[in-house]
Ligand binder design. Structure first.
Ligand SMILES: NC(=O)c1ccc[n+]([C@@H]2O[C@H](COP(=O)([O-])OP(=O)(O)OC[C@H]3O[C@@H](n4cnc5c(N)ncnc54)[C@H](O)[C@@H]3O)[C@@H](O)[C@H]2O)c1
Ligand SMILES: N[C@@H](CCC=O)C(=O)O
Length: 546
């Protein structure tokens, strides 16, 4: 790679991004036929999913297995468990790539990610879909919107980056001012969750687009699709060492990265507890870093759907079913508590329970399946624990579901539990599974209910308000201002779309850096102002000194 100088100004036009629209995948449609062929190809062999450091693939050594969550006999791949030496090698590779990458003109870096978007949407699209379906147990539609979001991230981030680079200070006659939007000094550690291939690809890509070098540790539960994402980066022309992929224990990888004085930032998406521990351990090491590491964390949620007596019952039903049970409730934004007025509950209860009980749970490659498997055995055990606690508590009543099965895969039936205690654990703790808690309130208690929504949980990620009465919506927007980073009116709390709704939340839900906005990209640059004086003063005295 040749160094092309520091890119501080100049802003070539970039393509106007447009959101990818989901294809249908109706049985027998060309896209479904093609995808099923790819699914069979992925199923037919056990893949090696190596660490990729400085563009080289390493011997597997000690390995762990990847199986399909909905069919645990289906062995899909194996990945190496990195030791500290490999993590250090990845850090060294990143630092070695830093000089040239950080000085490459931003448009050249952007071109790599625009190319990645086309590869993810073209040559690799079916492979990304198939590995996401089989490795993370997503249905056709859920895998489709995930890969669309990955493509959207790559395209929209370039547009947003162009806005940042365009932001320059005022200059006056005789003085030229420039903002050098530098990448951070050091390397960024990206720790990504299992639930979205899009998030796994976006977290290392965003700092890299802004000129940073990255050590990327994907979740072991998404190792299959992450390997494809890495090949997309490479084929798109990403120079070796800019993003280095290491699998392994999150604690060990993080501790090794934290031991380096060059740790410049951590981009984390995952659970609140893990992020809090990362924050604490980074703070404990603070004296040996060259600069304060930037900590960006998007974490858990306990997302509420609150309905006013004026709400449309059918729209509410659809939002609850899709919001709570799509992708088995394993979205940070999933609906997991709902507040329904007594008058509306009379109308909603029977159809909601009937619809939920009728959702097909099973193999995601079957078109009729709405709910696949949860990600692993630990998830079933954790969710079974929630169900058992609710069953044992007289303040709770299981209305539908409440059953799990582990014979073929890791299945949890869509479950709705009603509680008369608005402060119960089911109204405050994150489930991250297909469980929805219902609290029925007196119709006259709208404002008190909004305060309950605001005050009951530590999280502040997403929430939905259902009402047709405008004054009820106005009151809700006011009372729930700090309750969520994303507020939906008459819509489900999931499905933020790049460029339209930026996702992220405050309180226990994270640093609210708003993936899908300029704010997120801004975290990976460190400004340098340059003032050039075209007519320097030649006289040190003030005019009044004579
Ligand atoms: N707010 C958001 O935007 C958002 C998006 C997706 C998921 N999530 C949250 O993620 C969670 C589910 O994802 P998950 O199960 O993959 O989360 P997780 O916290 O278990 O894992 C996330 C990443 O951190 C790593 N990790 C695990 N333990 C670690 C440790 N001790 N130190 C350092 N790294 C460690 C994992 O290997 C993985 O790469 C849920 O809480 C969900 O709400 C949030
Ligand atoms: N864009 C997705 C992100 C979910 C995170 O887990 C949503 O808004 O539902």
């Amino acid at each position: 790679m040749t160094s092309t100088g520091v890119s501080v100004a100049g802003n070539p036009g970039v393509p106007e991004p447009v959101n990818e629209q989901p294809r249908d995948y109706a049985p027998g449609s060309p896209e479904a036929v093609r995808l099923l062929e790819e699914v069979n190809r992925v199923r037919s062999r056990v893949r090696d999913l190596p660490n990729v450091i400085a563009g080289e693939r390493f011997e597997l050594g000690e390995t762990a297995d990847v199986v399909a969550p909905h069919d645990r006999t289906l062995h899909l791949g194996r990945f190496p468990v990195a030791r500290a030496e490999q993590v250090n090698a990845a850090i060294d590779a990143a630092l070695a790539a830093r000089h040239d990458w950080s000085r490459m003109a931003w448009w050249d870096r952007a071109a790599v990610f625009l190319r990645a978007a086309e590869l993810a949407n073209g040559k690799y699209r079916d492979e990304l879909l198939a590995t996401t379906m089989l490795g993370q147990s997503k249905t056709f539609h859920q895998a489709e919107i995930d890969i669309n979001e990955l493509v959207d991230f790559f395209r929209y981030n370039v547009k947003l980056a162009s806005q940042i680079y365009q932001t320059q200070p005022f200059s006056v006659t005789g003085v030229h001012n420039t903002m050098d939007h530098r990448p951070l000094e050091g390397f960024v550690l990206a720790l990504t969750p299992f639930n979205f291939t899009a998030i796994a690809g976006n977290l290392p890509a965003t700092p890299a687009l802004m000129g940073n070098v990255v050590v990327w540790k994907p979740s072991e539960k998404s190792a299959l699709s992450s390997e494809v994402v890495m090949r997309v980066f490479e084929e798109a022309g990403l120079p070796p060492g800019v993003i280095n992929l290491v699998h392994g224990d999150g604690g060990l990888v993080t501790a090794t990265a934290q031991a380096s004085e060059h740790l410049a930032g951590i981009s984390f998406t995952g659970s609140t507890t893990v992020f809090r521990n990362i924050w604490q351990s980074t703070a404990q090491n603070i004296h040996h870093y060259r600069a304060y590491p930037r900590l960006v964390g998007e974490t858990g949620g306990k997302n509420a759907v609150v309905a006013h007596p004026s709400a449309d019952p059918q729209a509410l039903l659809v939002a609850l079913v899709r919001g709570a049970f799509e992708y088995q409730g394993q979205k940070c934004t999933a609906a997991s508590r709902t507040y329904i007025p007594r008058s509306l509950w009379k109308e909603l209860e029977a159809p909601l329970l009937e619809t939920s009980a009728g959702l097909q749970v099973g193999d995601v490659v079957d078109h009729r399946t709405f709910v696949g498997a949860v990600i692993d055995r630990n998830a079933v055990d954790r969710l079974q624990g929630v169900i058992d606690r609710a069953k044992a508590d007289p303040a709770h009543q299981i209305l539908v579901g409440g059953t799990t099965s582990t014979e073929r895969g890791w299945f949890v039936d869509p479950t709705i539990v009603r509680t008369d205690d608005p402060t119960a654990f089911t109204m405050s703790e994150e489930f991250f599974g297909p469980l929805l808690a219902v609290y029925v309130y007196d119709d006259a208690d709208w404002e008190r209910t909004l305060d309950l929504v605001d005050g009951t949980s530590q999280y502040a990620l997403s929430c939905s308000v259902f009402a047709n009465d405008r004054s009820a919506i106005i009151t809700a927007l006011d009372r729930l201002r700090d309750t969520a980073g994303m507020t939906y009116i008459n819509d489900k709390p999931t499905g933020a779309t790049m460029g339209q709704q930026s996702f992220g939340g405050g309180r226990g839900s994270g640093t609210n850096d708003k993936t899908g906005s300029v704010l997120a990209l801004q975290r990976w640059v460190s400004g340098r102002f340059i003032k050039e004086n075209m007519a320097p003063d030649l006289d040190w005295t003030y005019p009044y000194m004579g």
